[in-house]
Design a binder for this molecule. Sequence first.
Ligand code: ADP
Ligand code: MG
Length: 242
Amino acid sequence: MRSELDNVERLTLVGQMAAGITHEIRNPMAVVRGFLQLMREKSGPELESYYQIVMEELDRANSIINDFLSLAQSRISHKENVLLHEIIDDLSPLLWADANLRGQSVEVKLSSSLPSLDLNVREIKQLILNLGRNGMEAMGPKGVLTLETRTVKDHVELIIRDTGSGISESQREKLFVPFFTTKSQGTGLGLSLCLSIVERHNGTIAVDSEEGKGTVFTISFPAVRSEMSEYVITETKEVSAR
Ligand code: ADP
Ligand code: MG
C-alpha cells in the first residue's frame, strides 16, 4: 500500500516535470542551433569559443536527461542489506580526486559501530555524489567536505557538511524544487533526485545552513529492526561480560 502510494506520488512528480524538462532541453537546443549557424561563417578564435559554448550546452542537455531518467525510474528499487561504510569507502577516492582538483579536501568520520541497512547501493552512491558535489561547488579552494555517520536511537545518520557559501533563507525553500538552480551549468535536479532516493528508503533529509559559513545535510535512515536488536544485544553482551 505504502509503495503504491509512493509510485503514484512519483508519477505525479514525473508528470509535472515533463513540462519542465521540455523547456529545459529546448533552451540548450536553441543555443546550439544558433551557434552552429554562426559557426558556418566564422573561423579562428571565435570559432573555438562558439565550439566551447555548443559543447557545454550539449553537456547540459545531457545532464538534464540523465538526472531526469534517474528520477523517472519507477521500477521497484532493489535493496540489499549492506554496510553504509562500504559504500562510503567505495566513493571516497572519487570524492577525494574531485576535491583535490579544486584544492579542497575531504574528511571522513565514520562511527565505530553501525548496523547494516537495507539500501539500494546505486541510489545511495548517487545520493552521496550529488550532495558531495554540491558541497564542493559551494566551496572555494581550501574548503573542507566532511562525511560523517552516527547512530541515533534506531536510526542511522549520514551527515554531509561543507564550509562553503551557505544557503540564504529564501533559497532554502526552493532547494528541492525541480530545476531550481543558481549555477550556470546546473540542472537543478540533483536535490530533487536526492529527496526521492531518501523517500524510497523511508528516510528523511534535513538542511542546516549559515550564509558564509557552510551547509550541513543530514540524512536519517531507519535501521533494519532485526539488525538493530542484534546490534543492541551485542552491546549488552559486552556490558554483562564485565
Ligand atoms: P544544481 O547543483 O544542478 O544547481 P541541485 O538540485 O543539486 O542542482 O541544487 C540546487 C541549488 O541548491 C544549487 O544551485 C545551489 O544554489 C543550492 N545548493 C545545493 N547544495 C548546496 C550547498 N551545499 N551549498 C550551497 N548551496 C547549495
Ligand atoms: Mg547539484
